[in-house]
Design a binder for this molecule. Structure first.
Ligand SMILES: C[S@@+](CC[C@H](N)C(=O)[O-])C[C@H]1O[C@@H](n2cnc3c(N)ncnc32)[C@H](O)[C@@H]1O
Length: 132
C-alpha cells in the first residue's frame, strides 16, 4: 500500500471477493452516477480522467457516455490494474489507458480532462487537479 492509497490488495483477505463487491456496488449505483455525470455535462468526444479506477467496472460504463472520447485511469493497486486491463480489453470501444500510481505521484497527461473520482476521501492529488 502506498502512503496515500486506501487499499493494499496484497493483504486483502479475498481479492476476488473485493472485486465482486466493487462490481456489485457499481451496478447498483450506476443509474444515479450516470444521471449525475450527464448532468455535469459529460458527453461525446470528451477526454476523461478517472481517479481510483479499481477493477474497471465503472470505467466500462463511463466509456459508454463518451463515444469518440478517451479515458485515462489512475489506480495504485497492481492487482486492480491487472484485472482492469483484462476486463476492459474487449469491452471498451474508446481509447483508454490505465496508469499505475496514486493521483498524488502520477505525472498527469497534458491537456484538459473531465475528472471523475470515486476515491474514498479527499486527497492532495484532487486539489492539484482542480487547481490546473
Ligand atoms: C472505492 S474504490 C472504487 C473503485 C472504482 N472506481 C469503482 O467504482 O469500483 C477506490 C479506489 O481508489 C483507489 N485509490 C485509493 N487511493 C488512491 C490515490 N491516492 N490515488 C489514486 N487511486 C486511489 C483504490 O485503490 C481503489 O481502487
Amino acid at each position: 500500500m502506498t502512503a496515500s492509497s486506501s487499499y493494499d490488495s496484497t493483504s486483502l483477505f479475498n481479492l476476488q471477493g473485493e472485486i465482486n463487491r466493487l462490481g456489485n456496488n457499481v451496478e447498483r449505483m450506476w443509474p444515479k452516477e450516470k444521471r449525475n455525470l450527464l448532468g455535469f455535462g459529460l458527453g461525446a468526444g470528451m477526454l476523461v480522467l478517472e481517479l481510483g479506477s479499481g477493477p474497471g467496472f465503472f470505467t466500462e460504463r463511463l466509456a459508454t457516455l463518451v463515444p469518440n472520447g478517451s479515458i485515462t485511469c489512475i489506480e495504485p493497486e497492481p492487482a486492480f490494474v491487472e484485472y482492469a486491463r483484462g476486463h476492459l480489453k474487449d469491452r471498451v470501444g474508446v481509447p483508454h489507458r490505465i496508469i499505475q500510481g496514486t493521483v498524488e505521484d502520477v505525472e498527469l497527461p497534458e491537456g484538459r480532462a473531465r475528472s471523475t473520482s470515486r476515491l474514498p476521501g479527499p486527497c492532495t492529488g484532487s486539489l492539484r487537479i482542480h487547481s490546473r
